[in-house]
Write a protein that binds this ligand. Structure first.
Ligand code: MF3
Ligand code: CO
Ligand code: CO
Length: 268
């Protein structure tokens, strides 16, 4: 979500029984991303991929939370190459070597699942592969920092320091978000920060971590369609997103791939 939206809101604390709703919604979101994997290849349109995600969510008793969300009319976001996030599926045909993020958000029995992964049409350039690897590892380091008593600044620092050590940049204009019965709730989860700063994490908090990492400069701009965010310098961008719940000892990731398809390359 965009970073300007609501600071200073109370961070909801969820009950133990709420975790089961999030497990089910998160698993369905991850299964949708598993399902779409073999269809991502040169020649397919992003509109076809979106339709498959749409049909999958409905077939499993969920509704795509993006449909009608602030005027958005698609069931997924598909962001190719220099598109940072919120790419709108349509007539665009994937070409050999394109890298893309697919982000889905099924609403299942009142709970939101939200996850995204990178995919490749064919074989990526070395630069693209390294960018995707670094972005995935940055997300995992952010997740590893989540535990009661830690702060969101610890999470942001874990992500930012790893990304910058690898000479890529973290997008500042979009952040992760609280999630649950609401799609976008408190807190804002920044993917940069300083240790010890920001809200203290407590068991019962549900939020996404979804770093966007650019090969070049961090600045983005939103196109005239009002959604598509691109890198200003047209450098490649990558993103992975997981949804976590803080537990007594650390966190539970609700959106791991049941098929083990964590990051490209995915076995054929
Ligand atoms: N799934 C995105 C997120 O991670 C939000 C997409 S909102 C849309 O927060 F309207 F662009 F679909
Ligand atoms: Co999200
Ligand atoms: Co998302």
């Amino acid at each position: 979500m965009d970073q300007a939206a609501g600071e200073s809101r109370k961070i909801p604390l969820h009950a133990p029984e709420d975790y089961e709703g999030m497990r089910r919604a998160g698993r369905l979101a991850a299964e949708c991303l598993d399902m779409i994997t073999p269809f991502v290849r040169p020649g397919v349109t992003t509109g076809e991929l979106d339709q498959r995600c749409h049909d999958f969510m409905l077939a499993h008793g969920a509704v795509p939370a993006t449909l009608g969300y602030r005027g958005y009319t698609k069931s997924s976001c598909i962001s190719i190459n220099h598109v940072v996030c919120h790419g709108i599926p349509g007539d665009r045909t994937l070409a050999e070597g394109d890298i893309l993020n697919i982000d889905v958000t099924p609403l299942l029995d009142g709970w939101h699942g939200d996850t995204s992964r990178m995919y490749v049409a064919g074989t990526p350039s070395t630069k693209a592969r390294v960018l995707m690897d670094v972005t995935y590892e940055a997300l995992m380091r952010g997740i590893a920092a989540v535990r009661p008593g830690a702060t969101l600044g610890d999470v942001g620092f874990a992500i930012q320091s790893y990304v910058e050590k690898n000479r890529f940049s973290v997008v500042r204009d979009f952040c992760g978000h609280g999630i649950g019965r609401k799609f976008h709730a408190a807190p804002n989860v920044l993917h940069f920060g300083r240790p010890g700063e920001g809200p203290v994490l407590r068991p019962g908090m549900f939020f996404t971590i979804e770093p966007m990492v650019n090969a070049g400069r961090p600045e983005v701009k939103v196109l005239d369609d009002g959604w598509t965010a691109v890198t200003r310098d047209r450098s490649l961008s990558a993103q992975f997103e997981h949804m976590v719940g803080v537990t007594e000892t650390g966190c539970e990731v609700f959106t791991f791939s049941p098929a083990g398809l964590h990051k490209p390359p995915y076995a054929a």
